[in-house]
Ligand binder design. Structure first.
Ligand code: CMC
Length: 447
């Protein structure tokens, strides 16, 4: 892995209203990341004497690297698959497509959290500890059961996590590496149980306890779909599909929710509270809530209406966006979408249910129409992970309003790794400046 290197650069800044000295020159440092991307080193601005210069980046911080990280890397556009440009996503240097195919979610989680893949012994210990911590306490169950069954699942999950915080946060010393690690394992273990409990509550059914004999994804499906009366044994292909979905969602650099998790961690706030904050960010329709919106959008149209929906998405006076399209970092096909598209097609080919296959047909036609349209071509808008993830989850029988929770359950591993990275690096509090355009000082003048 290459180290950060420093290259000197000059910044010439015009000085307004000073004919004698129209420019001021500053020596700035340029930083190069592991992939050779260049960054103006804003930290070196502190050395510019009395002149205070800040970067103005008011379009969602798109030109700002908010911190250093070693967890995952996104290459916006990379290798071409069948002529379609495709991005690359690496977890600790390993390609997510290979991890999803050849590894398991728990192995990827271990890798994301610890920086290296586990040895056999390390993996056994990790998965045994996770199994031992799957159960949730009575108080958390009761909090979930208090909610109206129509309440959105992410709202219920926030409250369930607040209940876990009440139970655990005083018990763990956030300054202790061991305590934080133990809490991280508890969180990864309990997220599927909380998700399943929420589903059972919404369906007015009794919860199903975790099964020690089953691996992570198999147990998740068991808790979602078995009942007190009947144990459902999932098809190994479905178990692999869920495991792949979880792996593909486990980490994604400084996504909005991860940035929120890091921001809250930088304030010294405890781990579960960081995750609650991240979850609320994730639930928005432009982020992790998009998977739900994609399926609702596809369910609401027929293939004849595709031109209308594309026209709506292109209309600048209409706030509607084509859900599952576009990405802040990728300007090519999202590699996770490529895997999920294939997975969904395969599983639908083998199933005999009409509903998902009808929606899949609409999805494929919509994708084709958008990829041919000048508006999408010019803006480099391609399908993102959410375009096919909802469909993939639907093929497993997971209800739509649970999709963001499945995403959050997986992303908990990434959030935890980032929270840990922040704490270990002793990150300064995340407190950006602002570009102030309001009133200058004015005295109070009203009677
Ligand atoms: N449909 C129509 N137009 C779009 C879309 C879309 N889905 N996405 C971007 N654009 C347009 C946008 O209006 C802008 O047009 P113009 O240049 O004429 O103003 C141009 O493309 C550039 O987009 P942007 O607004 O600079 O994009 P952004 O980086 O600020 O936003 C995004 C990224 C993902 C929020 C956005 O693409 C979007 O809203 N997509 C739909 C929601 C979605 O699928 N979200 C899931 C994201 S991936 C998973 C995750 O991170 O959770």
């Amino acid at each position: 892995m290459s180290e950060m290197t420093q290259v000197a650069a000059k910044l010439t800044i015009p000085v307004n209203n000073n004919p004698e000295k129209p420019h001021q020159e500053y020596e700035l440092e340029l930083s190069e990341d592991s992939y050779g991307n260049l960054f103006i080193d804003a930290d070196s601005i502190n050395q510019l004497g009395n002149t205070r210069i800040l970067f103005k980046d008011t379009k969602g911080m798109r030109n700002t690297a908010a911190d250093e990280s070693k967890i995952s890397y996104i290459k916006p556009s990379g290798n071409n698959d069948n002529g379609v440009p495709q991005g690359i996503l690496l977890y600790r240097g390993f390609d997510v497509k290979q991890l999803a195919t050849h590894s398991t979610f728990l192995e990827s989680s271990y890798l994301i959290l610890n920086g290296e893949p586990p040895s056999k012994e390390e993996f056994k210990q990790f998965s045994d500890e996770l199994k031992a911590n799957r159960i949730i306490d009575k108080q958390t169950e009761e909090v979930i059961n208090q909610f109206d069954r129509q309440t959105h699942a992410t709202t219920i999950m926030s409250a369930a996590l607040a209940s876990l915080a009440a139970r655990y946060e005083d018990k763990y010393n956030m300054a202790s590496d061991e305590d934080r690690q133990e809490l991280a394992i508890r969180m990864i273990a309990k997220m599927p149980t909380i998700t399943a409990h929420i589903l059972k509550h919404q369906q007015d059914q009794r919860t199903v306890s975790p099964d020690e004999e089953l691996g992570h994804a198999a147990n998740f499906l068991h808790m979602l779909f078995s009942t007190q009366a009947k144990k459902v044994v999932s098809d190994p292909k479905h178990i692999k599909v869920l495991d792949m979905i979880l792996t593909l969602h486990a980490e994604h650099s400084f996504a909005a929710s991860t940035f929120v998790a890091r921001t809250v961690a930088s304030c010294g706030t405890s781990t579960i509270s960081c995750i609650i904050a991240a979850l609320t960010a994730l639930s928005g329709p432009l982020h992790g809530g998009a998977n739900e919106e994609v399926v609702r959008m596809l369910e609401g149209i027929t293939s004849d209406e595709i031109p209308d929906i594309i026209n709506r998405a292109k209309d600048p006076s209409d706030p509607f966006k084509l859900f599952g399209f576009g990405h802040r970092i990728y300007n090519a096909m999202d590699p996770r979408a490529v895997v999920l598209r294939e997975l969904t097609m395969n599983i639908i080919k083998e199933s005999h249910e009409e509903k998902p296959s009808d929606i899949l047909k609409t999805a494929i036609l919509l994708e084709e129409a958008a990829l041919k349209d000048e508006y999408f071509i010019n803006r480099k808008l391609f399908p993102n992970v959410d375009f096919y993830s909802g469909l993939a989850m639907m093929t497993l029988g997971i209800p739509t309003n649970l999709f963001p929770l499945i995403f959050a359950t997986a992303r908990t591993s990434g959030w935890l790794a980032h929270i840990e990275e922040c704490r270990k690096s002793g990150a300064s509090i995340y407190r950006p400046n602002q570009y102030y355009t309001g009133w200058k000082f004015r005295p109070i003048g009203w009677p």
